[in-house]
Design a protein around this ligand. Structure first.
Ligand SMILES: [Zn+2]
Length: 107
């Protein structure tokens, strides 16, 4: 029995993930590298910056916001359509290859 592969191409979209946590905020001192606790809003990390500045005199901070995304097929039914084998299968569509270079004109 020969092995056989079935390929289907599907467009995918990316959207903000809503099933888990929202964005997570953390600030870090640019002088000593100490960081705030992670929080789900900016208030805690910003307060930490002010307290850290008051204690240490360090005045530069870096903020990191971690957001979550979810990839899903653009056409939600495309994964539900079984192949001829009865197995749903999806493969992200790849960008088409770039066009061949045009010939330079010579004089
Ligand atoms: Zn510091």
């Amino acid at each position: 029995m020969a092995a056989r592969s079935v390929w289907r191409f599907v467009d995918w979209t990316l959207s903000v993930g809503t099933s888990g946590s929202g964005p997570i905020y953390v600030t870090e001192c640019a002088t000593c590298g100490t960081s705030s606790d992670a929080a789900d809003d900016t208030e805690g990390p910003e307060t930490w910056c002010l307290q850290h500045a008051g204690r240490t005199g360090h005045t530069g901070f870096r903020s990191t916001i971690t957001s979550f995304f979810r990839a899903s097929p653009a056409d939600a039914t495309s994964l539900a359509e079984p192949t001829s084998d009865g197995v749903p299968l999806a493969v992200p569509r790849q960008a088409p290859p770039p066009p061949p270079p045009t010939k330079a004109r010579t004089r």
